[in-house]
Design a protein around this ligand. Structure first.
Ligand SMILES: *[C@@H]1O[C@H](CO)[C@@H](O)[C@H](O)[C@H]1NC(C)=O
Ligand SMILES: *[C@@H]1O[C@H](CO)[C@@H](O)[C@H](O)[C@H]1NC(C)=O
Length: 381
């Protein structure tokens, strides 16, 4: 190869790599029409202040993270009375103490035998950044890390894509230490290839007011922790879906080393849980409250002690090929069987909510596979 040809080829490869900076793919399922920052020019925030400004303003933006943004210490620390809740039966050996958020320590919720202790926590972790509308927040390779701060998509902010970033270290030693991603009053959110680890409270919340159309895909919820509310190095507060008529597609996610609330559902959310992989869950995965609707297909439950804690709502667990044929009229495909290994039972055959799926954009389903562990999370696209 002549040198000029070689240089040209190298330049072309470089240019195509540059051109590739942007959101990869589109959402499947309910959040399909999310466009985020659209065709805005990708820009790299220089520090946490610029990242915060760009996320919170009302300009459509494609924000690219190619390094770590560390918020720890940026708002100082707080020392005040918190508590050792009844659940912490392993003090000094990996339990989780609590911040007295909304009087949780003193209003009875921390259980009998709660004791007051001093807690010191990082202030940046307890309140997330409030995003404006029309944002794409994306990471390069495995480099895009937000340490010590969560994200809130609330109060009408909508049309947001978060892809290929890692949110970590929000006061993991404390219950109420912070939530990684909170949705509360939004529409059209796509969370994709995000990793969440070492969080004090919930890894993902769709809470309070309506979240409308949401897709969470190919993301990793890693519950490995040295501060476990269940004293076993597994994080308890994983996914909490409440809200009002929320439509959540949850596809291709890897939830592992957790012990509870994965997900806990209240309100009347309709959840399509498809092709996810639950692994090494020492407590429960689903806890379905009254009014909530769950269609679960093509998932793997491996070493999940309690796939279903309680079902007070409606659950279709894709129980048999015969029953699964009922999906075709509403989803455009026959539902796919879930797979179980060394796990408890998970069963429901309620089809009464299928009419809610009519006219909606529905994610496809493939056969249940543990390969999700290799495709979910940061650095996999
Ligand atoms: C977001 O984008 C939509 C579509 O371009 C536009 O109508 C809306 O005003 C934008 N919102 C904000 C807060 O800029
Ligand atoms: C499901 O259908 C019921 C009855 O039509 C309706 O009241 C409810 O809002 C629907 N929920 C969702 C999440 O679409």
């Amino acid at each position: 190869m002549r040198t000029s040809t070689f240089v040209f080829a190298a330049l072309a490869a470089f240019a195509s790599r540059c051109a590739a900076v942007g959101v990869v793919g589109t959402a499947e399922g309910f959040g399909k029409s999310t466009t985020g920052g659209g065709s805005a020019t990708p820009a790299y925030p220089k520090d946490i202040a610029e990242l915060t400004t760009w996320l919170t303003d009302d300009v459509a933006r494609v924000i690219v993270l190619n390094k770590e943004y560390n918020f720890i210490g940026s708002q100082g620390t707080v020392t005040e009375n918190g508590c050792r809740p009844a659940s912490n039966k392993c003090p000094g050996a990996g339990g989780q103490d609590a911040i007295n958020h909304a009087d949780w320590c003193t209003n009875g919720n921390a259980g009998a035998g709660v004791t007051t202790i001093k807690v010191t926590y990082d202030k940046a972790g307890v309140n997330g950044i409030n995003l404006g509308s029309n944002k794409s927040l994306i990471g390069i390779g495995s480099a895009g890390v937000i340490r010590g701060k969560g994200l809130r998509i609330a109060n009408g902010a909508k049309n947001i894509i978060i892809q290929n970033i890692h949110i970590t270290e929000l006061n993991p030693q404390y219950i109420w230490g912070g939530d990684a991603i909170t949705l509360a009053g939004t529409d059209l959110v796509w969370i994709d290839h995000v990793k969440v680890s070492l969080i004090g409270r919930q890894m993902l919340v769709t809470g309070g007011s309506a979240s409308n159309r949401v897709t969470v895909s190919n993301s990793e919820f890693d519950g490995s922790t040295s501060w476990s509310a269940t004293c076993d190095n597994h994080h308890y507060w994983t996914l909490y879906f409440t809200g009002s008529n929320d439509l959540v597609t949850f596809k291709g996610n890897y939830i592992h080393h957790t012990s509870g609330r994965g997900p806990k559902m209240t309100g009347n959310t309709l959840l399509h849980a498809v092709n996810n992989y639950w692994y090494a869950v020492s407590g429960h995965a689903f806890d379905i409250g009254s009014g909530s609707m769950v269609l679960a297909e093509g998932n793997v439950f491996q070493n999940v002690v309690t796939p279903l804690l309680e079902n007070l709502g409606k659950l279709f667990s894709s129980p048999s090929a015969t029953a699964n044929a009922a999906c075709t009229a509403y989803l455009g495909h026959s539902c796919v069987l879930n797979a179980f290994g060394s796990s408890g039972s998970f069963s429901g055959s309620d089809t009464s909510f299928f009419s809610n799926l009519s006219g909606k954009t529905i994610a496809t389903a493939v056969a249940a596979s543990a390969n999700v562990a290799k495709t979910a999370g940061i650095g996999k696209i």
